[in-house]
Ligand binder design. Sequence first.
Ligand code: 6PG
Length: 240
Amino acid sequence: MAAAADEILRRATDGVASQGKFTIALSGGTTPRALYALLASTERHERSWRAGLPWDRIHFFWGDERHVPPEHPDSNFRVAQDAMLSKAPVPAENVHRILAESSSAELAAEAYAEHLRTFFRLEAGQWPRFDLILLGMGADGHTASLFPESEALYDQTRIVAAPWVEKLKTHRVTLTPPAINNAAAVVFLVQGEEKAHRVKEILEGELAKPLYPAQLIRPSRGALIWILDRGAAKLLRSYA
Ligand code: 6PG
């Protein structure tokens, strides 16, 4: 987790120094919870990421969200809010959550896309360029809420989509691959032995047919960084 915290600290301080602000899209699930807590931690024994982060210049977005209200335990916003945003000096106007309490995921997606077009001052056909997008990965190779066989995988026109996820029997709201791939940096934070096989396939294997969603993430003008724990990295040649 410290490696991910260091990467965020470095990029955030550089970004604020050069452009006066830093935009980060947070990931959901369980893995980043510990990272968020670390970033906001006031524990003296931990390198103080909290003290170094320019919180008032960082704008927090999400890469995806479940179709639930913000107070719901499954909400990706709530995970970050409880672990970090409520514990750090973040101005409320710097928190740009997906309004997933909307009656339809499609409406939430359209509202989020409109918010991104406004915030990033996009012309028609332009993509937001986040300074950093944090992503996780499931054992099936999904990332954000881009799941295998999802209709959102090959969407080349929308910034945000609201795909039906058959395996979860629910809609999700997610940035699309072209929106993610326009970022200045994408960091995959992956933990757990149960993902080691997929990590090896994606980082060292042949390109799957069809590609796993995580394989669609290749920033066209940006960095792609994988941060793995021992369990997730254990099958990699480069790790042996
Ligand atoms: C979500 C995430 C999703 C997550 C992976 C890994 O909304 O669930 O965006 O892409 O990153 O499912 O989740 P874990 O960290 O819980 O393994």
